[in-house]
Design a protein around this ligand. Sequence first.
Ligand SMILES: Cc1ncc(COP(=O)(O)O)c(C=O)c1O
Length: 429
Amino acid sequence: MKIAVSSDLPLPLSAALQNVPKSATLAINEKSKQLQLEGKDIIRLGLGQSPFPVPDIMTQNLKTNASAKDYMAVQGFLPLREAIASFINRTELLNRTAENIIIGPGSKELLFGLQMVLNCDLILPAPSWVSYEPQARLLGKKVHWLPCSAKDGWKLTAQTLEKHCQSNSTEQQLLILNSPNNPSGTCFAENELKALAEIAAKYKLIVLSDEIYSELHYQGLHQSIARYYPQGTIISNGISKWAGAGGWRLGFFSFPERLKQVLDLMVVLASETFTSVSAPIQMASICAFEESPEMQNYIIACRKIMQSIGSNFSRLLNQQQIAVVEPEGAFYNLADFSSYRQKLMSKGINNDLELSQKLLENTGVAGLPGKDFGLQQGLIMRLAFVDFDGSKLLQQVLSNPDTTLNTETDELCRLFSAAERMGNWLQDL
Ligand SMILES: Cc1ncc(COP(=O)(O)O)c(C=O)c1O
């Protein structure tokens, strides 16, 4: 505990918290909003929020259940857990049970709880989502970053994982994998998952498979590593991304029987912290996990829109010599600006943090530096291609599933212009 000295009232502030800055994504969002308020034309590619509305079927259910007022079971509303177990078993061909699921106020809170409950080091692929590492730091945990490269689609390889495990084989460790991936938009293929699963089993790793974008695999081909390493994999998912309901704050973890004790401790932690997720939200979310034409049409339309943006935007960026691996899911890509390294350095721009600031000031394009995702070197930025009217486009595609989207689509021209704006600025440096 560090004592901050103040003239009249000394504040015993937590040293762990003081060393962790506010979440990078939220900070860029606030800065972009501020610049917009000042009248600047900002293309907001910082915050990874779903551009789509919550499906009608869910909002209708929320209205119906608005008067539910009692606290719910700490582990979560049983009918919701049953619907989630069926969802996992239907989509992943597993055998998970409602008894081994916990519902939380967003998967982020559950991820923090898991890290608190497990007294072990954390293994993260670099790049990884922005919050895993700060959560570990808040808890005083050691993090092992494992390098990934654009040539492998920014995905952790079994060879890299094995090399790490060979030199750290004495301790049990937690590995977090995320597919479809934030920040790269790439997805593990079946053979890659099998190879990783083999190493995880060999070294008895606990795997947290973050599948928050599962239904946004553009081809609908998402696979969980739990298929190949069921005994050691906790599945994390929720309604924030593929059901557009980030603000509803509902996520879940599904545990294998072998990790039941971990679940039990998380339930204790939940009982002493958030108690339970809002009753109306839990009730209204059941239908998100059930099979229905409404959910299916919604998800297929969202995939179609995001795939089209992902592939067109990647092509436009590559044309500007900003190197991008085409995404296969979610809302993101990682843009590598190193072909402009000499020009950027001649203007005093030496790293991706400086690059993101200069891009925002000079082109109005807001993105996040790769450093926030654990990329220590390079001139890499994550671009979240979500700055468009998702309700309008969704309506268009739902009413005419044959709609083709391209660089001429009115609703998307502004978003796509980010590639040219950045390219022009870089070439003129
Ligand atoms: C990869 C990843 N995991 C987890 C989360 C947290 O999602 P939530 O807490 O809304 O369930 C996010 C949100 O941005 C994410 O991108």
